[in-house]
Design a protein around this ligand. Structure first.
Ligand code: ADP
Length: 636
């Protein structure tokens, strides 16, 4: 198979491969296993898969938990606060009632101190000492109720009217005994109460008897005080006293019952004196059974919350009665303990989740796009590579054709050229003396031209042959190639008196005759391109480089201007005419072709008038004993 057909068949194979690739799945058919695995990893990483959804789900769970926990925390804090407020308010009222009770018992003590009864003036002294207005702001006053047993009313009235002639008991009732309010201080605010008989009304009477029988302080059920012009709910607070001190048991108490120290309460005033409404944040409603004693649960109250956050009802035993406290949170409570934190957490968390999803989706899209783009780029690159391969094939084919043409042409030209020269020389030798000078000169020109053409054709043939004949590549010693070249150039060296030297040269990988040829051409040029009368010096050296050697041939000749460094390596490129320096312009082109055929490069480093250094790279020798033993020195 010729090299041309080799190129073409190679090209065909490559095209078939490409056709198959376009029909099949392009990515999986052509890609090497490693690249395919990496591509699959990228694709997997770019897809929204379980890990992404797990992250989003986890974030959602965390958000919901944080929202719920924060909500519970806020609610718990508010509930704690409400419970504390509720307890506080009940405790405050209970404690206040306890202080009033003390004042009542103080009254009974004063009576006992006076020997079992007390005069109006003494009572006034005691009442004044209490400083009711300042220390007991909830009560209207403090008074004494005397127990008047059946049949003792006249004696009682006489005794009272000694000091107060206009004193009277009221209103009339059906009970056989009487419990009139004898004194009450300050009297000015309680005048309607003076002489009021506790037996006239059920609540007052029942509580009085209960106080008598138990010996304990008692309050009445809800009543309207006679001194309350607004007729709001109120109650009386009793503490009993007895003749000769507190008896041990019920019958004795009934027998020795002497009266009651009492205080009238208007609940509204009691609460105003006890509770500071502004700071409470809760509303309270107090009931005694069905009857409402005090009520802040009214729309008129600006802080009242019709839909309270918390509500609690507490039943508290209160001196013989049961007071029910219904406590609810007020609007100010809602304002202070409603937090937007849980909502913020929820909204913020969901926002983060949405952002996460957007991020993942856009990341996945970008990744898919990148993979698609890479795929397209690689397909483009493949197509370009095929195109390039095709062009290289075409170029190689046409190169080869050209070389073959040059070879055939130069080979076939050799014979007619030799004939032209031979016969012209024959003509000159046989008939030269019969011709005139002009004719002889013409003949000389013909012979010179034929010879020059022979040279050209011979060089062209060599150049073409460099690509045609199969090379034998072995480990070769460059020293031998150098010696061989110097020997071939011995005439020129001797004639010019030149000095040609070399360092110790390495063993390299190549073809011995071709390397000798390169050496000869480069050293020959070093000898030739010299100024008139100069003595040439040529030195060959080698330097190790990555994977091979760089060989340098340095001379002290005329040098080459940098703009011609590339040109001189092309075929038939000469910088001088024949009269200056002889030559065909093929020497360096042949060198270049040889060096390239071994995978090396050739270049020149030179300046005009400063000598030239031609360098070329060659592969290093392979470490093979058989190869080394087989060193070739010449086949040229
Ligand atoms: P030839 O020597 O046959 O003319 P080459 O290919 O060997 O052809 O050289 C091409 C041209 O490069 C030469 O004509 C010359 O001008 C220039 N040249 C080559 N070698 C040297 C050198 N060592 N010093 C200066 N010029 C050189």
């Amino acid at each position: 198979m010729t090299s041309l057909s080799r190129v073409f068949s190679g090209f065909r194979i490559s095209r078939q491969g490409k056709g198959a690739e376009t029909d099949a799945e392009p990515d999986s058919v052509d890609l090497p296993e490693e690249v395919r695995r990496e591509k699959a990893t990228f694709e997997r990483a770019g897809r929204l898969h379980r890990v992404h959804w797990a992250v989003i789900a986890l974030s959602l769970v965390i958000t919901l938990s944080a929202w719920q926990y924060s909500g519970e925390l806020v609610e718990r804090r508010a509930a704690d606060r409400f419970a504390r407020y509720s307890t506080q308010i009940v405790e405050m009222i209970t404690e206040r009632m306890g202080r009033y009770e003390d004042a009542l018992w103080g009254g009974t003590s004063a009576i006992y101190a006076k020997g079992g009864d007390i005069s109006h003036s003494d009572w006034k002294v005691y009442a004044d000492s209490l400083r009711i207005g300042a220390k007991y702001p909830g009560i209207n006053g403090i008074g004494v109720v005397h127990y008047v047993a059946p049949g003792k009313l006249d004696a009682y009235m006489q005794a009272q009217r000694k000091e107060r002639p206009d004193y009277r008991i009221h209103p009339p009732h059906r009970e056989s005994d009487n419990l009139p309010i004898s004194y009450i201080e300050p009297v000015a605010a309680n005048r309607p109460a003076v002489g009021l008989d506790m037996a006239h009304e059920r609540n007052r009477y029942t509580a009085a008897l209960k106080a008598r029988d138990t010996g304990r302080a008692q309050i009445t059920g809800p009543i309207v005080l006679v001194q309350d012009s607004e007729r709001t709910p109120g109650f009386l607070f009793y503490a009993p006293f007895y003749t000769g001190g507190l008896p041990e048991n019920g019958p004795a108490r009934q027998a020795r019952f002497a009266g009651l120290v009492y205080a009238p309460f208007i609940v509204k005033r009691l609460m105003a004196g006890t509770l500071q409404k502004d700071k409470r944040e809760i509303s309270v409603k107090i009931s005694d059974g069905e009857a409402v004693l005090y009520n802040e649960h009214v729309a008129a109250d600006t802080d009242y919350d019709a839909d309270p956050m918390f509500r609690q009802t507490v039943s508290v035993p209160m001196y013989g009665r049961n007071w029910s406290f219904e406590i609810i949170t007020a609007k100010s409570f809602r304002d202070n303990y409603t937090s937007s934190q849980p909502t913020l957490i929820l909204v913020g968390g969901i926002l983060i989740d949405v952002l996460l999803i957007v991020l993942f989706v856009s990341f996945s899209r970008t990744n898919r796009r990148a993979i698609g783009f890479a795929g397209r780029m690689s397909r483009n690159a493949d197509e370009k590579a095929v195109e390039l391969e095709k062009m290289v094939g075409n170029l190689a084919a046409s190169n080869e054709e050209l070389e073959r043409f040059a070879y055939v042409a130069s080979h076939d030209l050799q014979e007619p050229l030799r004939m032209v020269r031979s016969f012209t020389v024959l003509l000159r030798d046989r008939y030269g003396d019969r011709l005139d000078d002009d004719a002889r000169n013409y003949m000389k020109i013909s012979i010179d031209s034929a010879e020059r053409m022979q040279e050209l054709v011979s060089d062209l043939l060599q150049y073409a042959r460099m690509g045609e004949d199969a090379q034998q590549v072995t480990n070769i010693g460059l020293d031998e190639a150098f010696d061989y070249a110097v020997e071939n150039l011995s005439d020129a060296i001797r004639d010019s008196g030149a000095t040609v030297t070399s360092d110790k040269l390495p063993v390299i990988r190549g073809n011995a005759s071709r390397m000798a040829r390169v050496m000869q051409n480069l050293i020959g040029n070093g000898l030739k391109y010299q100024a008139k009368g100069a003595t040439p010096t040529v030195h060959v050296s080698a330097e190790k480089c990555d994977g091979g050697w760089i060989v340098s041939v340095q001379d002290n000749g005329i040098g080459i201007a940098p703009e011609y460094h590339e040109q001189v390596l092309q075929p038939f490129r000469r910088l001088h005419n024949m009269t200056e320096y002889s030559g065909t312009g093929m020497g360096l082109a042949i060198c270049r072709k040889i060096v390239l055929s071994f995978g090396g490069e050739i270049w020149v480093d030179s300046e005009e008038g400063k000598g030239s250094t031609f360098c070329f790279s060659v592969p290093e020798a392979v470490a093979d004993a058989a190869e080394n033993a087989n060193l070739e020195t010449s086949d040229a």
